[in-house]
Each structure stands twice: as structure tokens, then as C-alpha cells.
Design a protein around this ligand. Structure first.
Ligand SMILES: [Cu+2]
Length: 127
């Protein structure tokens, strides 16, 4: 009885430690806010994409693509990281109405790599 309770408690503690470890690892350099924001439909085509991260990122390894429905990258040039390392941005070619997917990957200053994607739309009845 006593031993069994101890074993259950021990197993629960190990599980708790694993869960805490996973969430700590995934807390590094993820987007805190985006412009345009995820899921947003905007009327005027944006001239650039900006992502603010929750931890600084390395300048050398950051990339940002903005793909249209045909999978064509509409970024006009390479991605830029702000001098303080918190913002990733890229200028855009003129966007036609439609859906776009933003794909980013970065390396945090703690050397952990993260990546993700989100979508937004430009309103209008098409080309
Ligand atoms: Cu990390």
C-alpha cells in the first residue's frame, strides 16, 4: 500500500517534469504578433510582412516567404531582422486579391530552431 502510493507519486512527478521540460523548450523564439495578423482579411495589399518574436533571433538564419495560391513567393528580396533581433520583416511585390501563406523559420539566440506558417487574405474580386 505505502509502496504502491510512492510508486504512483514517483511516476506522476516524472511525467510532470517531462511536460514542464517540453513547454520550456517550445517557449523559444515564437511569433508574438504578426502584421498582417494570422487569419486576417485586409482590403489594401500590405507592402511588407512583419513578425514580432517573443525572444531575439539570429540575423543570419532567418527566412520569410510569402506564397500565393500558386505557391509563388511574393517577397521582394531577403528577410530582414531588426538590429535588436526581435522583429523579422520582408518587403512584398504588389499582392493581388487572394490567399497568402507566410512561412518563416528562425534560429533563436539560444541556437534553437523554430518554424511555422500562417495565412492571411487580400480582399477583392480577383485579377
Ligand atoms: Cu530555445
Amino acid at each position: 500500500m505505502k509502496i504502491r502510493e510512492l510508486l504512483i507519486f514517483g511516476a506522476a512527478s516524472i511525467l510532470g517534469a517531462i511536460v514542464a521540460g517540453v513547454s520550456a523548450a517550445s517557449a523559444h523564439s515564437f511569433p508574438e504578433s504578426e502584421s498582417p495578423s494570422a487569419g486576417e482579411t485586409i482590403n489594401a495589399p500590405p507592402s511588407q510582412i512583419t513578425i514580432k518574436y517573443d525572444a531575439p533571433i539570429e540575423k543570419l538564419f532567418a527566412s520569410l516567404e510569402v506564397l500565393d495560391d500558386a505557391g509563388q513567393n511574393k517577397a521582394a528580396g531577403p528577410a530582414n531582422v531588426s538590429p535588436d533581433g526581435w522583429m523579422l520583416s520582408v518587403n512584398l511585390d504588389k499582392l493581388m486579391p487572394g490567399g497568402y501563406t507566410v512561412k518563416w523559420h528562425v534560429v533563436g539566440i539560444d541556437s534553437h530552431r523554430t518554424e511555422g506558417s500562417y495565412s492571411f487574405s487580400v480582399a477583392g474580386s480577383g485579377q
